[in-house]
Design a protein around this ligand. Structure first.
Ligand SMILES: C[S@@+](CC[C@H](N)C(=O)[O-])C[C@H]1O[C@@H](n2cnc3c(N)ncnc32)[C@H](O)[C@@H]1O
Length: 354
């Protein structure tokens, strides 16, 4: 091995250590987010572990160990003389609930959430096949929290105005469907904002549909309903003015059929808004995209096995713009445009006209 480059090997070891440390810190950030520890720290002056645990109503020993991980991970600062911990306000700005919709801790939750399926994934690597939603008990909550930031916070002001005709129609009264609606946050917001329009959300998962209906009822929304429906077997004919799918096409078992069903479900000239992962189809073209490592990880641990569990094609989250545009056109859309929005580094916003 005459051309063995020792410096290259040494740098790689350093990178691996960094990856190991960061992966662990990501789990600690997820824990801090769920226990609202960052919110507590942001409100406190520099404090001892006992004061922080008391303010958060948590066990001091666990809080102290978490703080040590956070200090060595350079997330929280430690005053060695006074033995106090503090969260710099510059870090709090992307870690506290108050800083929704720019809270990066929300994303960290995907690592432990998806790692719950690791044993099943190990088996599938050997035998093939997929994994259903039941194996990811926290997925729908974490997904809704992410969509609250990427979709909900910008839906009315930025995303819908990508097409002014849609906004006008929604104000006048449109019939709207959301595909793979999850807990229904997007539909509920649109329903509240556009009371002259009627909304229906479709989702595969019964528990999600039940919760979505309960949430709509609690908000006293009369123009919304949620239906349990596999959209691969959904056959409405030219009923809808506008159909949306937020992060819900790439993990379909039969995405080509679902896209064709969406075309059939739209009235002539109807519009489909598809938010889906920002990536190119060819892996090489994704090397400079700062978020494709994590999107391929989420894809391998969740999106692809979900699709395969439905005897599906397993597109993967990074199916990419090139394939997405081809598939939209093959499904029968006459015109497709792809939008990038400043607030969302993870997704493209496709507008496809029937
Ligand atoms: C990644 S989640 C996105 C949820 C939601 N749109 C959001 O942005 O939070 C994908 C959703 O699509 C649903 N789904 C997947 N395959 C489906 C199918 N064939 N028919 C209906 N819903 C499906 C899942 O249950 C899940 O709620």
């Amino acid at each position: 091995m005459s051309d063995y480059n020792q410096a290259k090997a040494d740098t790689f070891v350093q990178n691996q250590l960094q990856i190991l440390n960061n992966a662990g810190i990501a789990i600690m950030i997820s824990i801090g987010h769920q226990l609202k520890l960052f919110d507590v720290l942001a409100e406190l002056p520099p404090s001892s572990s006992k004061e922080i645990a008391t303010a958060a109503n948590l066990n001091e020993r666990y809080v102290r160990e978490w703080l040590a991980a956070m200090v060595t991970g350079r997330v929280i600062e430690y005053d060695n003389g006074k033995k106090t911990y503090s969260l710099p306000q510059e870090y709090a700005s992307t870690l506290t609930h108050k800083n929704y919709p720019n809270n990066l801790a929300v994303l960290m939750q995907f690592i432990p959430t998806l790692a719950q399926a690791e044993d099943k994934i190990l088996e599938r690597f050997k035998q093939g096949g997929g994994i259903g939603y039941a194996e990811y008990p926290k997925f729908h909550r974490v997904m809704a929290e992410l969509s609250d930031q990427t979709v909900l916070a910008h839906l009315i002001e930025t995303i819908l105005p990508l097409n002014q005709d849609v906004v006008t129609k929604l104000k006048q009264g449109a019939y709207v469907a959301d595909i793979g609606c999850g807990l229904g946050h997007a539909i509920n917001l649109m329903a509240e904002h556009y009371p002259n329009s009627q909304f229906v959300g479709y989702d595969l998962c019964n528990d999600v549909v039940t919760e979505a209906n309960q949430r709509a009822e609690k908000r006293q929304l009369k123009n919304v309903k949620y239906i349990e429906q596999d959209v691969a077997n959904w056959k409405p004919q030219a009923e809808f003015d506008f159909i949306t799918a937020f992060d819900a096409i790439h993990d379909q078992g039969q995405p080509a059929i679902v896209l064709e069903n969406i075309v059939s479900a739209l009235k002539d000239n109807g519009l489909f808004l598809m938010q889906d992962i920002k990536a190119h189809t060819n892996v090489h073209d994704n090397l400079e995209n700062p978020v494709t490592p994590i999107t391929y990880v989420i894809s391998c641990l969740h999106c692809m096995p979900i699709s395969l569990s439905q005897d599906g094609v397993g597109l993967g989250a990074c199916w990419g713009k090139e394939l997405a545009e081809d598939m939209l056109k093959d499904a029968g859309f006459s015109h497709v445009n792809v939008n990038e929005l400043d607030h969302d580094i993870l997704n493209y916003y496709y507008l496809a006209r029937k």
